[in-house]
Design a protein around this ligand. Structure first.
Ligand SMILES: Nc1nc2c(ncn2[C@@H]2O[C@H](COP(=O)(O)OP(=O)(O)O)[C@@H](O)[C@H]2O)c(=O)[nH]1
Ligand SMILES: [Mg+2]
Length: 220
């Protein structure tokens, strides 16, 4: 008999192996016109307001601290950044430009916003988007646009709380409950929210396992 605990163990191990080998940067696209051609690989993107921890999460997932550039200056990543694993890996990761950066010029904001939304709506190889939310702050007004776009897209998406190491476990538990409750208005989203910390590694095995499961579902 296969229990769900066995299935979880199996996917955790599969996820671990997916990220055990070296990942590398392959493309940076400042525009839809400059996107790399679709390759048959499945793409998984990380979205969220600037400074929420997207690049740190990619580094923590791959165990490579200098893979994605992290920054103390919000609004730095203005391109879609693509990463690939070992040659036969069926997966690409995409670090997306952060939104909600108040100090950016309006024309710049408009062009990143268009880049993000066009990518989410028009990229058929994009199979999953993780929308990152700072565990200290929860879902904010600034996150609503991306959720609305994802609701319209064919992409499955899940909310991931970041920086879980920064709050007490009781606060984290209530943030998870309140975020899951808010998702009732977004039926296209996964109903469960994942809590992570790139600093402590919390949630990394589970997030890797979720990606391994997606690849299985897609027959990759
Ligand atoms: N304490 C803590 N800080 C984090 C975590 N993840 C990211 N940060 C910090 O948050 C800042 C922004 O991170 P970054 O990955 O560049 O965010 P991005 O703009 O969304 O790519 C950096 O100073 C990181 O060190 C985390 O899990 N815990
Ligand atoms: Mg970044």
């Amino acid at each position: 008999m296969t229990t769900s605990a066995d299935a979880d163990e199996r996917l955790i191990e599969k996820g671990r192996r997916l990220f055990a080998q070296a990942w590398r940067f392959t493309h940076a696209s400042p525009s839809i016109a400059s996107l790399p051609p679709m390759s048959g690989q499945i793409e998984i993107a990380f979205a969220g307001r600037s400074n929420v921890g997207k690049s740190s999460l990619i580094n923590a997932l791959t165990g490579q601290n200098a893979l994605a550039r992290t920054s103390h200056t919000p609004g730095r990543t203005q391109e879609l950044i693509f990463f690939e694993g070992p040659a036969n890996a069926p997966l690409r990761l995409v670090d997306m430009p952060g939104y909600g950066y108040a100090a950016a010029a309006k024309t710049k904001v408009a062009s990143w916003t268009e880049l993000i939304h066009q990518f989410l709506l028009g990229r058929s190889s994009l199979a999953r988007v993780y929308v990152l939310i700072d565990a200290r702050h929860g879902l904010k007004e600034v996150d609503q646009d991306i959720l609305k776009t994802l609701d319209k897209s064919a992409v499955s998406y899940q909310l991931v709380l970041t920086k879980a190491d920064q709050i007490k476990s009781a606060e984290l538990a209530s943030r998870i409950t309140e975020t899951e409750a808010a998702l009732a208005r977004h039926p296209a989203a996964f109903p469960q929210v994942l809590a992570t910390s790139s600093r402590s590694g919390t949630g990394m095995p589970e997030l890797r396992a979720a990606m391994a499961r997606l690849l299985e579902e897609r027959g990759a």
